[in-house]
Write a protein that binds this ligand. Sequence first.
Ligand SMILES: Nc1ncnc2c1ncn2[C@@H]1O[C@H](COP(=O)(O)OP(=O)(O)OP(=O)(O)O)[C@@H](O)[C@H]1O
Length: 615
Amino acid sequence: MLLWYSGQMLSIIQTAVSTHTVDKALLLRIAVRHLAWKAARRIMYLGLSRSRPFLEQQIRQHFDQRLFGARARLDLPTSEDPAVQHQLSNAMPSNGHRIAVSAWNNSLYLLRASTNVTSQISVHVNLLREQPNGMLLAALIFVAAWIEQVGTLHHGPVNARVWAATTKNEDYLRMQGYKQLNEDLQHRKELVAGNLAEALTSCTSYNEGYFYELSPLFDPKCSKWELVATLAEALGDLPRIVFTFLAADQPASVPVTVASLHLIEQTVGEVTYELQQIYVDTKGFARELADIRALHDVAQIPNKVRDGSQPFPEDTQKIGSGVVLEFRNVSFKYPSSESYALRNVSFKLLAGQLCIGPIVIVGSNGSGKSTILKLIVRLYDPEEGAILLDGRDIRTLKLHDLRQAISVLFQDYTLFPLSIRDNIGLGDPQHAGDDERIARAAELGGASEVFARLPEGMDTYLNRPVKDLYGDLPAGTHTLFGRRVDYSSLRAAGDMSSVVNMGLSGGQMQRIAVARTFMRSVVSEEANVGLLLFDEPSASLDPAAEHDLFSRLRDLRGNKTMLFSSHHFGNLTRHADHILYMSKSVVVESGTHDRLLAVDGEYARLWKLQAEAFL
Ligand SMILES: Nc1ncnc2c1ncn2[C@@H]1O[C@H](COP(=O)(O)OP(=O)(O)OP(=O)(O)O)[C@@H](O)[C@H]1O
């Protein structure tokens, strides 16, 4: 429209010059409409630029949440599957949401550019179609402008920016911690067994909390395209030369006025620029659309561990008195392994029993005791046989209910890249923000003294999930292009100087992990936990702390069924209702401590061996 009104005004000017008369009313009308269209365009641009950051933020949040949810719902064997990992890494590059924002911007741009190009071309064709040699002139202008654009497409100063960013926004830090917890495979066991996916996915307190400092620097390097562009610029005069020749030789065939020629040159330049950009952008745009599709596909990856349909427990009142756990001829191989981790394992624990086992020969690892715990919470499903809880095959039970009824501390537990408070709180996702419960769980797990001496107490981050960023510069870079890069004011703004990654001893970390399991199994009465699983819970504790933990566990468990896995033939074995002695993936002996000593088999031999060391 703007082009149209410009043309109209030029033709009025042309008439005024040649006939010395002006249709004032027409001129005024056209001038006002021209102005109105210009104002409308300005307002549209302004609206677009104002709303862009908001829209981008919405898109970023939408994709972040979708990707987070898609990853959080994956179980262990599916996450470990190399094909799934490949699909995830393709679909979720760290800049996944940027692809979406960029695709959005590009689609807006393409829409605008296509409309622009189509309308400008149609105006020009209408203007020049009727004129003798008009199309020839238009073609010349187009070719000249195109060649000129080729040069400018490839050259231009490289806008090298030095930047740095940090954050002290608590929500943002926590969200980043959740992301790492979700993405890092080492946490997957706890995420799945602890029913954390739902709680983490529903957490929407996402906030961009960065401070930015930008200082533009220009790379003075001259591109070879500079030369091409300079030569191409000379061709810009070609249409004017041809126009002059036409005007001199055949005045009757001159298609347009000088003023119109200038206008046409200008707008054709814009059209060719838009066309070039469309060509460049559509190449990347197709790729971005494919990437967005991949982002959507990951939400459809099926889990290998299928959910059951039956609720558990049937009677929530009774679960506090423990559950009956039975293994019936269970055999299992890890997906990546050819050999059996468990072979034909059968045993039955009655409700409320304290089972110290399976026990493995000291020094002979890998007999399958950790695997038993993993199968109970259905991190994997057995190849043969069945596992029953209160007489029901666990594959028929709702996964959420099953895992809700069990509390597990894995031997290779991990601490999350979050504050100590959140590390403990997530043991019971529904009450993760309840400071009173967290404090009690910390106390019972012996973790209170770990953070009592830290300046930030429970708020101390065990591992800061946000790295401080320095725009693509290697750490320790102090000068760039001869200029000093100073980040000190930025660091002070983000409290970065006081931030250090915490170093904790193995025993201190284990206390935090124990406190996390206590959050639901002991502190929460309404959690309906009936089975407690502990895999080497005292591996890193000193003898006093170990004794303390075990006596506390015995007192706190109430009537809940409890299953330990341990190398030690210590105090606990005497208190066990049932001992499973395992070797090389099979249960070799089982019974009470006294019975196994009376049998005088492998268990008795190892018990005596360990006891002798203390005589
Ligand atoms: N994720 C896995 N993928 C493949 N094989 C595994 C995996 N985890 C364990 N295994 C194998 O399964 C067998 C049983 O392992 P498991 O961890 O149950 O033994 P464990 O008795 O708990 O050993 P430890 O005393 O060292 O903790 C071992 O041979 C081990 O190598």
